[in-house]
Structure formats: structure tokens, C-alpha cells
Design a protein around this ligand. Structure first.
Ligand code: FDP
Length: 350
């Protein structure tokens, strides 16, 4: 059965048409960004198709290698990484790529003329979920190059999120969804596998003002700072002031973020005693999701400052991350300011 879901406007809008229509915001547009986004959407369909066959095609499990993050590389991580590379690197649209799975930047092939965009991606976020059929996703960020010619460099990749041209993610869950923004709202598309098209189902997503869920790995709380523990207590209703929120934690950032975006609430992965910078990567994970959150009326912080204001110093830099409904993320900053940082953070709001 074909799932044809009209958008709010009553039209059936494919992702291709939607991306083309957003060109109206850019009078100088040449269509290169449009095509790059479409390449990524196509890569997402290929990954989704491989994923649906994973158990049968024997691509579950580990490759036996360890990546730059010190984590086991899953076979599907490798596959997703290869698919995105092959769908984008030889098109002449990108100057350089960077993937969470690679220690260094990934140059485009010698015979390809470097393009004007920089593509950073996490090919398969939440990959420890793969073998259990739980949700995973791809995250991407696109910048203009800052160098003027020749192959792109690492400087092109170390830009603040304020420079983003586009960001998005693909969630491979109950259905496959592609969510993206080019700075003009956040839009979500659901893959109809019977026709192989992403169709607009979530137009102009806004984080609901009334938060519903909080999402964090409470197994780490003994190692958290007092500020983060007090904030968590407040979310449980422990300060007697607010209604307790429900807890949900898939353990795949992109999936936990997607729910937070649609339902309202907060996801956080703070630093702790052993890992002051937390676990998540600034460039591949935090910055693109922060941009999407802000575009949807939310906010993202490292507990002290906006994620989008941080200039990355290294490709694989980690950061604490608090993202979701603005009121909750600001409250987290305030608790951290009050209990952990003295004057360094904004004043607490009680
Ligand atoms: P994973 O280790 O499965 O790749 O960034 C990595 C990540 O998943 C995030 O997607 C997820 O939010 C987080 O790590 C889960 O970490 P914990 O297992 O420590 O909760």
C-alpha cells in the first residue's frame, strides 16, 4: 500500500520538490546545494534499504576495527560511511568531507574538481543499538568553504555553527525520516518505501512549548556535577515546583533528539568527573542538532554557552550537550551556574 500523506497545505510534496522550492530564499542559488541535499537523501534511502536487510545480508556485528573515537566499528557504520562518501565526493559539489569514522579529513578524489561546500557527517549515530534492531540515524552539516581554491582543508571544517548553510539527519526507525533545515524552518519527510520517495509529513517543525520528556543516561549520575544532579532532581519534580517529566532514553542521540524535537523536552549528555567534555562530538553531532533545535524554536548549550557559538579547535572535539526546549536548557545552564560555576554562567532562574 502506498502511503501518500499530503502536507499541511494539502499538497503531496517530495523532498526533491521541497528542496527546489526553498531555492526561492536564495536568489543567487545555482542549484548546487539543492543537489547536495538530494545526494544525501538518496544516500539515506540506500542506507535504509541496507538496514532493512541487515540481519539477512549478514551486515550486523563488528568489523573488528576500532575507530578514531576508540569505539568498535560496526559493519553498518562502515557501509553507511562508504555510501555517503560515494554519493557525494565525486560530484564536484564538495571541497572536502569529514566523517566521525575517520581520523583526518577526507579529500575528494584527485580527478574531481573541489566544489564549494564542506560536508561533515556522522554516518551512523547510535551504532551500539544496531544489533538490537533499535533506532539509529545519520547526522550531517554543510558549510560554505572558507578557503578560496584547491582541495578543502581542516580549517574549512572547523567553523562555528553560526556559519552553517544546512544541517539535518535521517532516522532509521519505525519508518525512515529525513529532517533538514537551510535556515528557513525545519522540515521532516517520511520515506514511502513502496515508491522510494521521501514525502513531506512534518512541515515547519516547532518544539512544543510544554515539555514532556527528559532524556539522559541516569546511569552516570553519580559522576555528574552537583548542578547537573540538582537540575535532574528538579525534572523529577524534586524541587516541588514543577510537574515531573517522563524519562525516555534510547541511547542513540539522533533518535533521542528527534523525539525531543517533536514532543518537547530536553536531551542532555553532560561532562562528568572522568570525562569533563562528555562523550558527544561537537562537529558531527552537537553543532548540526543545535542548529536544527534553534531553527525549531529551541536551544542547545554546553551548560554554559550556546553550542552554535563554540568554535571547534579539533575535528573530533567532544562537548557536553543540553538540547531541546529553550526553557529547560536555560534552566540547566542556571543550575550549573549556581552550583558549579560561580559567576561564569548566566545567573540562576528559580
Ligand atoms: P553510540 O555510543 O551507540 O554510538 O555518539 C555516540 C552515542 O551512541 C550517541 O548516539 C548516544 O546518545 C550516546 O553515545 C550513548 O552513550 P551512553 O551509552 O553512554 O549512554
Amino acid at each position: 500500500m502506498t502511503l501518500i500523506l499530503p502536507s499541511k497545505s494539502g499538497r503531496v510534496v517530495t523532498i526533491e520538490r521541497h528542496i527546489l522550492e526553498t531555492q526561492k530564499y536564495y536568489p543567487q542559488a545555482t542549484g548546487v546545494l539543492t543537489n547536495l541535499l538530494y545526494d544525501i537523501a538518496l544516500a539515506g534511502k540506500m542506507i535504509a534499504s541496507q538496514m532493512s536487510l541487515a540481519g539477512l545480508a549478514q551486515v550486523l556485528g563488528k568489523t573488528g576495527d576500532v575507530n578514531v573515537q576508540g569505539e568498535q566499528v560496526m559493519k553498518l557504520d562502515r557501509l553507511a560511511d562508504d555510501i555517503i562518501y560515494h554519493m557525494t565526493a565525486t560530484t564536484g559539489r564538495v571541497a572536502v568531507l569529514a566523517s566521525e569514522e575517520h581520523e583526518e579529513i577526507i579529500p575528494v578524489p584527485e580527478q574531481t574538481t573541489p566544489g564549494k561546500y564542506i560536508l561533515m557527517f556522522d554516518p551512523l549515530d547510535g551504532s551500539s543499538n544496531i544489533d538490537y534492531d533499535a533506532g539509529v540515524g545519520t547526522i550531517f552539516a554543510i558549510y560554505n568553504r572558507v578557503t578560496s581554491e584547491g582541495p578543502g582543508t581542516v580549517d574549512d571544517c572547523l567553523q562555528t555553527g553560526r556559519n552553517l548553510v544546512a544541517a539535518g539527519y535521517i532516522v532509521y526507525g519505525v519508518s525512515t525520516m529525513f529532517v533538514y533545515t537551510t535556515g528557513h524552518g525545519v522540515h521532516g519527510f517520511t520515506l514511502d518505501p513502496s515508491i522510494g520517495e521521501f514525502l513531506l509529513t512534518h512541515e515547519n517543525i516547532r518544539i512544543p512549548p510544554e515539555p514532556v520528556y527528559y532524556s539522559t543516561n541516569t546511569g552516570n549520575q553519580e559522576k555528574w556535577s552537583k548542578g547537573v544532579r540538582e537540575f535532574t532532581k528538579a525534572l523529577h519534580g524534586g524541587n516541588g515546583k514543577a510537574k515531573p517529566l517522563s524519562m525516555r532514553y534510547v541511547g542513540a542521540l539522533v533518535v533521542d533528539f528527534h523525539r525531543t524535537l517533536l514532543a518537547g523536552g530536553i536531551f542532555y549528555y553532560p561532562g562528568d568527573k572522568g570525562k569533563p567534555q562528555g562523550k558527544l562530538r561537537l562537529t558531527y553531532e552537537a553543532i548540526p542538532l543545535a542548529y536544527i533545535a534553534e531553527q525549531a524554536g529551541g536551544y542547545a548549550s554546553d551548560g554554559c554557552q550556546a553550542i552554535l557559538d563554540i568554535r571547534p579547535q579539533q575535528l573530533h572535539q567532544r562537548t557536553p550537550l543540553f538540547v531541546g526546549s529553550s526553557s529547560l536548557v536555560r534552566a540547566a545552564e542556571a543550575y550549573i551556574a549556581k552550583y558549579d560555576k560561580g559567576e561564569e554562567c548566566p545567573p540562576p532562574v528559580e
